[in-house]
Design a protein around this ligand. Structure first.
Ligand code: MF3
Ligand code: CO
Length: 249
C-alpha cells in the first residue's frame, strides 16, 4: 500500500530533508584530496545530531556507519573508513536523517578536482536523469513514467542504469512501497496522487549495469569496475507538481 501524507506530515519530512541537505552544504566546504571518508561520516553524524535528528542508516539492517560513501566504481553502500579521497575521484555520498518520526534520504555525487572529463559527463547526466525523473512525479502520471524518463535519458548517452537497486517510497519508514525502478516501460504501475512521498535515486554506470557485492557484504561495485554516479532526492507529489524535500530554501 502506498501511504498518502497530509500537509503536516510533508512539513515534518521537509524538516528531516533540510537536515540532509545541510549535511551536503557542510561536505562541500571540506571535501578535498587527503580527507578520510570516516571524517565526512563524523561531520554528518555531528551535523544531524546538532539538529536534533538521528542518522537514518546507522544500524539499518546492521549497517555499520552513519552515511554511505561510494567512490568511483563503488555504486552505493560504501562504508566510510580510513580511505582518503584522492584527486579526480567521483564520490557519491548518501545521507538519511530521521526526525520527529519521519525520514529524509538524499545522495549527491561530487567530483574532486582536477575534474576528470569522463566522470564529469557521467555525473551531469545522472543529475539530469534524476531531475527528469522527478519531473514525471505528477498527479495522474503512472509510476513507471519516472522510471522510463531516467533510463531513456541515461541510455541516450550510452550509459547504463543499475537494475538490482531501486528507489522507494519513504515516510515513517526509510523504505516504503512502492519500489521505483530506474528503468522500464512508461505507463505502468500505480497512478500517482498528491501526498505520495518518494525517494528517487538513479544509479548510472559508464559501462555495464551489472553490479556485485564485496566481501564486507555492503559495498556494491560495478562488475566491470568502471565508474558509477548516484543522485537521490526525497520528493512529495503536490497539487502543483513535485516538491523536493531534501533541499534548503
Ligand atoms: N539511500 C539508500 C537507500 O535508500 C540508503 C540505504 S543505506 C543503508 O536504500 F545502509 F541504510 F542500507
Ligand atoms: Co534511498
Amino acid at each position: 500500500m502506498i501511504t498518502i501524507k497530509n500537509a503536516e506530515e510533508i512539513e515534518l519530512m521537509s524538516a528531516a530533508g533540510k537536515i540532509v541537505a545541510g549535511c551536503f552544504r557542510e561536505i562541500e566546504k571540506v571535501i578535498a584530496p587527503g580527507i578520510k571518508t570516516k571524517q565526512l561520516d563524523k561531520l554528518c553524524d555531528e551535523y544531524i545530531r546538532d539538529n536534533k535528528a538521528v542518522p537514518a542508516f546507522k544500524g539499518y539492517n546492521g549497517y555499520p556507519a552513519n552515511v554511505c560513501i561510494s567512490i568511483n566504481e563503488v555504486v552505493v553502500h560504501g562504508i566510510p573508513g580510513e580511505r582518503e579521497i584522492q584527486e579526480s575521484d567521483l564520490v557519491s555520498i548518501d545521507i538519511g536523517a530521521y526526525k520527529d518520526k519521519y525520514y529524509g534520504d538524499s545522495s549527491v555525487s561530487f567530483l574532486v578536482p582536477p575534474e576528470d572529463k569522463e566522470k564529469k559527463k557521467l555525473l551531469d547526466t545522472t543529475r539530469k536523469a534524476l531531475e527528469l525523473g522527478i519531473d514525471q512525479a505528477r498527479e495522474g502520471n503512472h509510476l513507471t513514467d519516472i522510471s522510463f524518463a531516467i533510463q531513456d535519458y541515461a541510455e541516450s548517452y550510452g550509459y547504463s542504469v543499475v537494475r538490482d537497486l531501486v528507489g522507494h517510497g519513504i515516510g515513517t519508514k526509510l523504505h516504503e512501497e512502492p519500489q521505483i525502478p530506474n528503468f522500464g516501460k512508461p505507463g505502468r504501475g500505480p497512478v500517482l496522487k498528491a501526498g505520495m512521498t518518494f525517494a528517487i535515486e538513479p544509479m548510472v554506470n559508464i559501462g555495464t549495469w551489472k553490479v556485485e557485492t564485496l566481501k564486507d557484504e555492503w559495498t556494491i561495485v560495478t562488475q566491470d569496475r568502471k565508474a558509477s554516479a548516484h543522485f537521490e532526492h526525497t520528493i512529495a507529489i503536490t497539487n502543483n507538481g513535485p516538491r523536493i524535500l531534501t533541499k534548503l530554501d
